[in-house]
Write a protein that binds this ligand. Structure first.
Ligand code: PBG
Length: 317
C-alpha cells in the first residue's frame, strides 16, 4: 500500500493526467481498436477519423498519432474467437508487446472488460439463468488484467462494472510485482443509449437483455457518486464519469469527495452526434467539439478520453 500516492507521480504522462490544470492536449487519451484476424484496416462511418485496426496497421496509426502529440492511448482488444472461459492470451500479448516495443514512449491503458470476448456480449460471465455471476466474473477479469500487465500494459482500465473488480485487480497486480501499474476505473459509468457506435466497432452488443443490472441508472445520483467513492476505497488511482455530457454535474462532487483525478469519457454516441449534425450542415465539427471540451474543462475534468484526441492540438488551439 505504500506506493499508493506515488503511483500517479511516477512519470510525466501520469502527472499530466492527474494535474489540476484545465484540459490541454496532454490530458487527452485516444481510443484504439485492434481486431484480431482483420485483413484490412476499416474506417467507421459513424466515427470519422476512427478505425478498426489490424495488428499491423495499428503500428502505423500510433506512429502518426505520436507525431501529432498524442501519448496516451486506451486499447480495445477484440479477439477473433468468443469464449466464456479462455483468455486469448497470445493475441493480447502480441498486441500490447509489439506496440510497447516499437513505441516505448506511449502510455497504454487497456480497457478491461469481457463484452468483446463473451459469446453473449455481456461484460461479465452469466449463471445458467442468465443473471450475472459477479464472483467468477471478477476473478476472470483479474486474470485478464494480469495478462495485460505481463504483456507490457502501462495502466489497467476496468469498464465492466462488476462489484469488487478494482480491489481484486489491485491485489493480483501487487502480488505479481506490478504495484506501480495504476488503475483508471470507469467508476461512474451509466447505462446509456450513447454507446451504440462503440458496440458496433468492438462487436460487443449484448445478444439478449441490456446492461441495467450492472451499469448505473441515470436517475440515481447517490449510486453514481458512491460508486466512484467505493472505487477509490478499493484502490483506484483515477476515476471517470461516462458518458461525458450527461454526467457533467457529477465531476465536481466526485473530485471533491474523493480527491482523486476524475476524468471524462466522451463516448462514441456523443462524438457521432456532433458528426451527424455537422454532416447535415447544422454545425461546424471542430467548433462544436471544442465547445464540448470547454464544458468538460469548466466542470473540472482532469483528463478526457475522446475519439478526437488525435485532433487535440488543432481543436484546442
Ligand atoms: C466496454 C466498454 C463500452 C464502452 C467503453 N468500454 C461499452 C459498453 O459499456 O457498453 C463505451 C465507449 C463508447 O461508447 O465510446 N464495456
Amino acid at each position: 500500500m505504500e506506493t499508493k500516492h506515488r503511483r500517479i507521480r511516477l512519470n510525466a504522462g501520469l502527472r499530466n493526467l492527474a494535474s489540476s490544470e484545465s484540459l490541454n492536449s496532454k490530458k487527452l487519451i485516444q481510443p484504439i481498436f485492434i481486431v484480431e484476424g482483420l485483413k484490412e484496416k476499416e474506417k467507421m462511418d459513424s466515427l470519422p477519423g476512427v478505425f478498426r485496426d489490424t495488428e499491423s496497421s495499428v503500428l502505423k496509426q500510433v506512429e502518426s498519432d505520436l507525431k501529432v502529440g498524442v501519448t496516451h492511448f486506451i486499447l480495445f482488444l477484440i479477439p477473433e474467437l468468443k469464449s466464456n472461459s479462455e483468455i486469448p492470451k497470445s493475441f493480447y500479448e502480441r498486441s500490447i508487446f509489439s506496440l510497447k516495443k516499437k513505441f516505448p514512449e506511449t502510455f497504454l491503458w487497456i480497457d478491461t472488460c469481457m463484452c468483446s470476448l463473451t459469446t453473449h456480449g455481456h461484460c461479465g460471465l452469466l449463471h445458467s439463468d442468465g443473471s450475472i455471476d459477479n464472483h467468477t466474473s471478477v476473478k476472470h477479469l483479474s486474470d485478464i488484467a494480469l495478462v495485460y500487465a505481463q504483456s507490457g500494459a502501462d495502466g489497467i482500465a476496468p469498464s465492466d462494472m462488476m462489484d469488487g473488480r478494482v480491489k481484486s485487480h489491485r491485489a493480483i497486480l501487487d502480488v505479481n510485482g506490478f504495484s506501480n501499474i495504476p488503475i483508471l476505473s470507469y467508476s461512474t459509468k451509466f447505462k446509456s443509449n450513447f454507446y451504440g457506435p462503440f458496440r458496433a466497432a468492438a462487436d460487443s452488443a449484448p445478444a439478449q437483455g441490456d446492461r441495467s443490472s450492472y451499469q448505473i441508472d441515470v436517475r440515481n445520483r447517490e449510486d453514481a457518486v458512491l460508486s466512484s467513492i467505493r472505487d477509490k476505497e478499493e484502490g483506484a488511482d483515477f476515476l471517470m464519469v461516462k458518458p461525458g455530457m450527461t454526467s457533467i454535474d457529477l465531476i465536481g462532487p466526485i473530485r471533491e469527495k474523493t480527491g482523486l483525478p476524475t476524468g471524462v469519457y466522451q463516448v462514441s454516441g456523443e462524438y457521432a452526434s456532433i458528426h451527424y449534425l455537422s454532416q447535415n450542415g447544422f454545425c461546424d465539427f471542430d467548433s462544436a467539439l471544442s465547445e464540448t471540451w470547454q464544458i468538460f474543462s469548466r466542470a473540472g475534468a482532469s483528463y478526457l478520453i475522446t475519439y478526437a484526441a488525435r485532433k487535440g492540438k488543432e481543436v484546442l488551439s
